[in-house]
Design a protein around this ligand. Structure first.
Ligand SMILES: *[C@@H]1O[C@H](CO)[C@@H](O)[C@H](O)[C@H]1NC(C)=O
Ligand SMILES: *[C@@H]1O[C@H](CO)[C@@H](O)[C@H](O)[C@H]1NC(C)=O
Ligand SMILES: *[C@@H]1O[C@H](CO)[C@@H](O)[C@H](O)[C@H]1NC(C)=O
Ligand SMILES: *[C@@H]1O[C@H](CO)[C@@H](O)[C@H](O)[C@H]1NC(C)=O
Length: 222
């Protein structure tokens, strides 16, 4: 009996340790440069052999480059997550740059795994996030000038747009090396295959033709 209790206890501890090792906020080694090409799939990326790691694994260059905003949204994202910068693996941080043409928009989106902190370094943007249903889908919105900082809480839908006369630039950081990105409009109206029309007509309380029209905007554009 006692040994069975001990065994169960050991099992529980083992499970706990396994879960803990999956957390990006509690790395179990100094670094674990991601091997992005490994066929082994774990919760994250496996580590490159530490003997083969060099300074370039902890270096990224390119946030000085203006993103190309010649697209229907008038904006560009330059992400610096573990996918672009393998040295971030297990460290629980990431960052990046947004460029906006005048009037440019970063569409409503969510990062399922991270809070985002955001600052304007050029121009003027308007940013906002929406709270959950039980707090009445309240919109928190603010116009930001150079040097202003805003935070988007983990998982909540948010957006930004350039409300100045010229181009705008902002920088952002995440408390995850792999924050995730779900862009709401193409997620709902440009999925492959499409969400059943009946789900969208009932959810949005509109006709099939309205759903079809929105869907047609996303053909071939993700
Ligand atoms: C950005 O920085 C890199 C390396 O520091 C440099 O080679 C490149 O010319 C710079 N590009 C621009 C557009 O400033
Ligand atoms: C910017 O993107 C547009 C559309 O993809 C492309 O036609 C144009 O050549 C790009 N400009 C630069 C400077 O890369
Ligand atoms: C909605 O957000 C409020 C404020 O953070 C929180 O107290 C509440 O638990 C949330 N409700 C749900 C259903 O997540
Ligand atoms: C969403 O919020 C509204 C208004 O507070 C409430 O009437 C409704 O029951 C909520 N829906 C769900 C699914 O929680």
């Amino acid at each position: 009996m006692a040994s069975r209790v001990l065994l169960l206890g050991l099992l529980a501890i083992t499970c706990f340790i396994t879960l803990a090792s999956a957390q990006s906020l509690t790395p179990l080694q100094d670094f674990c440069v991601a091997d992005l090409n490994s066929p082994v799939t774990v919760n994250g990326f496996i580590c490159k052999d530490p003997k083969l790691v060099d300074a370039n694994d902890f270096f990224f260059s390119g946030l000085n480059i203006t993103g190309n905003t010649s697209n229907p949204f008038g904006s560009a994202i330059t992400p610096v997550t573990v996918l672009q910068f393998p040295g971030l693996n297990t460290l629980g941080v990431a960052m990046g740059r947004f460029d906006y043409a005048p009037g440019g928009v970063i569409r409503p989106h969510t990062h399922p795994r991270a809070t985002e902190i955001y600052t304007v370094i050029e121009g003027t943007t308007e940013v906002g996030f929406i709270t959950n249903n039980s707090t009445n889908n309240h919109l928190f919105k603010k116009v930001l000038q150079k040097g202003d900082v805003f935070v988007f809480p983990q998982g909540l839908v948010h957006f930004h747009r350039n409300v100045g006369q010229g181009p705008a630039v902002s920088l952002f950081s995440f408390n995850s090396q792999n924050p995730g990105l779900i862009i709401i409009p193409p997620n709902l109206f440009g999925s492959e295959p499409l969400i059943p029309t009946e789900v969208l007509t009932k959810s949005f309380q509109v006709s099939k033709s309205v759903v079809a029209e929105i869907e047609s905007q996303f053909k071939g554009m993700a």
